[in-house]
Ligand binder design. Structure first.
Ligand SMILES: [Fe+2]
Ligand SMILES: [Fe+2]
Length: 217
């Protein structure tokens, strides 16, 4: 359950408000009321994620040939073209959503956003993609491009290597056909409407891997 701090000052809070000014003085009724408002607020997660992605189309890292929204769209489009499942497609769409607020650990921020709703394999890949991506450019900065080898024994290693190789590092191409965000919206809404932390979609330990690569090389 997420806290409803951001409801403070909203119309809803004008109608319903707790009796306390410090949490340890809250009553049972206060917390029941908050729980129902928080449930409603959590249902809006997909809307807020869509808003963040749209924002990446207006303001994001400069210097690339496409913006970060387009990079996410292209990554997701590549995943979809390859016949990937919905967990992979939505993960590809949002894997860089942390760039704006958390540029030094954007990968982990994105992973925490999606972790309650997708396969463990997929959230691990999102979490580690920043390290795995260094393979392609780390040497230009004098970094350890093979740092990802520290995770060689992890069952999800190959999935992350493939995600980066085929979808992430490839998706900076202004000529690749990219559908609009609305194309992926139903998938995003489906994933974020799942019951959080439900093992039926977390599937701990299950390795699905990426589907066959359908892109010409
Ligand atoms: Fe990234
Ligand atoms: Fe990326």
């Amino acid at each position: 359950m997420c806290l409803a701090w951001s409801l403070l000052g909203s119309d809803k809070m004008a109608e319903k408000v707790v009796s306390f000014t410090r949490m340890d003085e809250g009553t049972y009724e206060d917390y029941q009321m908050l729980a129902s408002l928080e449930h409603e607020y959590c249902d809006g997660t997909a809307d807020r994620i869509l808003g963040q992605l749209e924002g990446q189309g207006r303001e994001s890292l400069t210097g690339y040939k496409i913006n970060r929204l387009e990079h996410g769209l292209q990554s997701a489009a590549r995943a979809e073209y390859d016949g990937a499942d919905i967990d992979w497609i939505v993960a590809a769409l949002i894997h860089d959503i942390g760039d704006g607020l958390s540029p030094q650990n954007h990968d982990r921020m994105a992973a925490e956003i999606i972790r309650p709703y997708v396969r463990e394999e997929v959230s691990w890949v999102v979490e580690k993609h920043g390290i795995f991506q260094m393979k392609y450019y780390g040497h230009h900065y004098g970094w350890d491009a093979d740092k990802r080898d520290e995770f060689r024994d992890n069952p999800y290693w190959q999935s992350c290597a493939d995600f980066c190789e085929r979808w992430d590092q490839m998706s900076f191409d202004p000529d690749y056909p990219m559908p609009p965000l609305s194309h992926f919206e139903p998938m995003l809404r489906e994933v974020f409407s799942r019951k959080a932390w439900d093992e039926t979609h977390l599937k701990p330990g299950v390795v699905v891997g990426l589907p066959e690569d359908r892109h010409p090389r």
